[in-house]
Design a protein around this ligand. Sequence first.
Ligand code: 1PR
Length: 546
Amino acid sequence: MPKVHLLDYVAGNIRSLVNAIEKLGYEVDWIRSPEDVPRAERLILPGVGHFGHCLSQLSQAGYLPAIQKHIDEGKPFMGVCVGLQALFDGSAEDADVPGLGVIKGRLERFDDATKSVPHIGWNSASTVKQSMYDLRPDSKYYYVHTYRMPYIEGDLESQGWTVATGTYGDETFVGAVAKGNIYATQFHPEKSGVAGLRTIRAFLNGEGAAALGANTNTTDSIASAPRDGLTRRVIACLDVRTNDQGDLVVTKGDQYDVREKDDSRNVRNLGKPVEMAKKYYQDGADEVTFLNITSFRDCPVADLPMLEILRQTSETVFVPLTVGGGIRDTVDTDGTKVSALEIATMYFKSGADKVSIGSDAVLAAEEYYSLGRNLFGNTAIEQISRAYGNQAVVVSVDPKRVYVPKVDATRHNIIETRFPGPKGEPYCWYACTIKGGRETRDMDVVELAQAVEAMGAGELLLNCIDKDGSNSGFDLELIAQVKAAVRIPVIASSGAGNPGHFVEAFDRTTADAALGAGMFHRGESTVKQVKDFLNEKGLLVRQFEG
Ligand code: 1PR
């Protein structure tokens, strides 16, 4: 099997990259010291997390001269995400740490005045009438980043680079660059489905470099490329737990009750997690989320069944995988303390791209406010986002409505609702819950959202207990309240019953993504039908490439 060398320089969730390379028939060999670099024929520099952290690690370990030499010798080199950013002079993310300086320019932060940051989701990598590693104008690629290289027409081209761009809001940025033996992508090709595998293949087999710059029929100029190429994300969610027979099943509740309504009160069994995730990927899901809703309390941490589910799923599903449930400091069955960061690391090594934190986030937010909004770096959110980047940390929120008769009836952030309470109350606030909705806390959803954003969460998965399993549509009032409170992306969840509900979420709120569970599991609509309907209504979606 032909080999490709991957630089293993920093803790990162790069299992997916390995899986993608192996899927293409190549063997991964690890570079674990600068002395190993000269034996690499093709070298990939993956990168997740913080620019300064990655570059400092590379520099301290003595990698930078070795990488530079590899590049100077004309051997194939590919950088992914921070691996692309590393090629530039530097980044505003850490102004004190220099990049490799192979490309002139500095990265800047996306402007979050009118859009969510990080930029998360499927966007274009468009080139101007030029072939570039099999990137295609109609394909979409998965990006997740806060800093970007602004695209100035002609600038990089005048230095001999071929450039592919994406556009987010009114900002056009560098999505990929290539010259000679160098290819680098801001997006994650290993998470970009078939389109991503295609571009990795073009790097590995040398055809991308050979054809670089050849004439194609793509866009005339970047200015004429479609504006704002970010698609509406559709996420399939699988709630996983053991049933009464001890089997691991996908289940789905109504208002978080996952047992049958008949006398049996069995846990609803809707299918097998790995099979269902694969089906949703093939239907065009933009992401798949697994929530371990019982946390498998009596099992040694290293044997968590979710780890095996992730390992198997990530071998065939090349879109981002999120895993949630039980991510908190804990004590193992043998009495050993295990930190939330260690649990997250195990998940990342098994193929997860993001972890989702529920109960622990609420408790951490309570502490944040009780300590006068000060942070000490010790919460699970802070630790995991520091090590893996904000984009790797999702906070899953399980709020439920509390109705009040008048504006000053509570200290909480209220809304005036179009759906009054049982006694006609015209206002409500959303109380955060923990332990799968079993315990309600004196914290509202706005307080939680703002606290976890301050801690470094990269995204919110906004469930709603009142709506869960109802098939009656998302709680648009809740989504609007949370979106107005934070800058990070918000995933609308709970209540989806038909494709029209997804259109509503995107048309009537600024939700960044929308998630469905029961309607997909029960076969009422497929992910494809949802995306086709969004497309019909003029909302940009990623078309699945088989
Ligand atoms: O608290 O960090 O251990 O995380 C536990 C995780 O498990 C949380 O993300 C919490 O939301 C989830 N969870 C706990 N109990 C349940 C339950 O159902 N009994 N599931 C549960 C939450 C909610 C959604 C669901 C949407 C869409 N599931 O993810 O998929 O509501 O459903 P629908 O489209 O069918 O309406 P921790």
